[in-house]
Design a protein around this ligand. Structure first.
Ligand SMILES: [Zn+2]
Length: 297
């Protein structure tokens, strides 16, 4: 009998008599808030509603329980399909599945920077991203980039999470236009063949609370890079080394959809290529005249 908690790999090692097999230990992290009346949702949108249809025993004395639900495409933890701000962008059901399944994920933690700046509507800058790469390495091909603002800590107090002020205006951090442009061009800015596939954030919106023109949404979606809003538990993810699966409800022609998001930690490499790597040939260039001199070419 398999003892509780014993992995299949460990069992196989016992069966084959090999102790050299290293079990693949992976931990799953839930990145989704529960869908209920407390699911964080923009005050401008329809709030989640669950209506009882039946709860009790039917004529056959069997237990039956079911509800109708009513919600916005953009309530709680959800995906923003590129179509949301791009007339020709992918709708939810058109996003290719390989852009949703087991993506290498990185977490750009700007919470300290926001704390230092004391700016509730802080805009993440390209420097925040290049500083992150200098410390952790180059964001990999096909990555899902999470921006951790620290706002998730306030999710149980909606007024604080939405940053509602005396004028009923929203206040929370977001991605600046230049940072969104930097992410769109990331694949071309380095030795990578492809760019990133999505950007997630632990606030109500990719753009900050004051934003009217939504430049981060528009810039990312123009490149068919999707967004994820109200991401939970980003403080439990490492900066590098997780793989994330995004499972939006497959709403036809949807501009967005509630999404279950799960991270796996411990699968794959925990480090990235150093950020300086693409510049090494440039550093060697000044040596060329010296090397060529003896042959007089
Ligand atoms: Zn949305």
């Amino acid at each position: 009998m398999v003892p509780p908690g014993c992995s299949l790999v460990m069992v196989m090692a016992a069966v084959t008599g090999s102790l050299a097999v290293t079990p693949a230990v992976s931990e799953l992290i839930e990145l989704t808030y529960t869908y209920n009346v407390n699911a964080p949702t923009s005050p401008k949108l329809r709030q989640f509603k669950q209506e009882l249809v039946m709860k009790g025993r039917n004529k056959q004395r069997q237990w039956v329980e079911l509800y109708n639900i009513c919600l916005s495409e953009h309530s709680g933890t959800h995906i923003d399909a590129p179509r949301h701000f791009n007339e020709t962008g992918w709708t939810v059901e058109a996003i290719p599945t390989d852009r949703l399944w087991r993506l290498p994920a990185v977490v750009v933690d700007v919470s300290k920077m926001i704390g230092k700046s004391q700016e509730k509507n802080y805009e993440v800058t390209p420097k925040d991203l290049t500083d992150w790469e200098a410390e952790h390495g180059v964001i990999p091909d096909g990555a899902l980039v999470f921006v951790r603002t620290g706002w998730g800590k306030m999710v149980n107090n909606y007024w604080s999470y939405a940053g509602l002020d005396e004028n009923n205006k929203l206040n929370f951090p977001g991605l600046g236009k230049e940072a969104a442009e930097w992410l769109v061009h990331h694949g071309q800015n380095n030795s990578h063949s492809t760019g990133i596939v999505g950007v997630g954030i632990d606030t109500l919106s990719l753009d900050n609370g004051h934003s009217v023109r939504m430049p981060a949404h528009i810039t990312l979606f123009a490149a068919n890079i999707y967004g994820i809003e109200n991401v939970a538990n980003l403080d439990k993810l490492p900066a590098v080394g997780s793989h994330v699966t995004v499972m939006p409800m497959r709403i036809g022609k949807g501009s967005g959809a509630p999404a279950r998001i799960i991270a796996e930690i411990g699968e794959g490499p925990m480090s990235l290529a150093p950020a300086l790597r693409p510049f090494l040939p440039a550093l060697l260039l000044p040596l060329f005249p010296v090397l060529r001199a003896p042959w007089g070419v």
